[in-house]
Ligand binder design. Structure first.
Ligand code: HEM
Length: 160
């Protein structure tokens, strides 16, 4: 991956931090055709639906409970979707350097949490695709990107 989403660790975490031994993922970019088809509004809507599902999932405790705060959180991830899907660097313009792994370190993310996150994203994307709001021909590339990239957000070992 040629974009700097992966750097930086925060100092002094409050628990042992696990680092995936495979290191940062190497994945193909999502084709910019996804942004061209969906635009900012379409990707923000996908993120909003995705966060609604996260808020009802087994990892809901990780996310804001207050609806307005959950909506604000979804807009951050939506801005990142815009960038990752080939649009302008909206996340960076609004929030600064991505440092995605570092920004996830405050949250306990193990493989089970990753699986739940990916399932919510898959369900939201299925729904968008069924409504014709996601370009089906790029679904495999979209899924492959998040499957790989999410592995690098895991920071907590599974219970032994
Ligand atoms: C491994 C599964 C993941 C889990 C369990 C997870 C969980 C979280 C949590 C709990 C937050 C803080 C609340 C919030 O602002 O939403 C967060 C923030 C965020 N996540 Fe994830 N995340 C995962 C993977 C990813 C991936 C693959 C992306 C790539 C788009 C991503 C993008 C973001 C962004 C942009 C933020 C906001 C960061 C900030 O500005 O503070 N996350 N995530």
């Amino acid at each position: 991956m040629d974009i700097d989403l992966l750097n930086s660790e925060l100092p002094n975490p409050d628990r042992p931090i696990w680092t995936p031994p495979e290191g940062p993922p190497r994945t193909d970019r999502i084709p910019p055709a996804v942004y061209e088809a969906m635009g900012e509004a379409g990707l923000m809507a996908l993120a909003r639906d995705f966060y609604g599902r996260l808020g009802r999932s087994e990892i809901a405790h990780l996310f804001p409970r207050d609806p307005a705060a959950l909506e604000a959180a979804s807009a951050k991830t939506g801005a990142m979707f815009v960038f990752l899907c080939g649009g302008p660097p909206l996340y960076q313009q609004r929030h600064g350097p991505p440092m995605m792994r570092a920004r996830h370190l405050p949250f306990r993310i193990d493989e089970a949490a990753r699986a739940a996150w990916l399932r919510c994203l898959r369900d939201a994307t299925d729904d968008a695709q069924a409504r014709g709001a996601f370009p089906s021909e790029h679904r495999a590339a979209f899924d492959a990107f998040f499957e790989a990239f999410s592995a690098w957000m895991v920071n907590t070992a599974d219970p032994a």
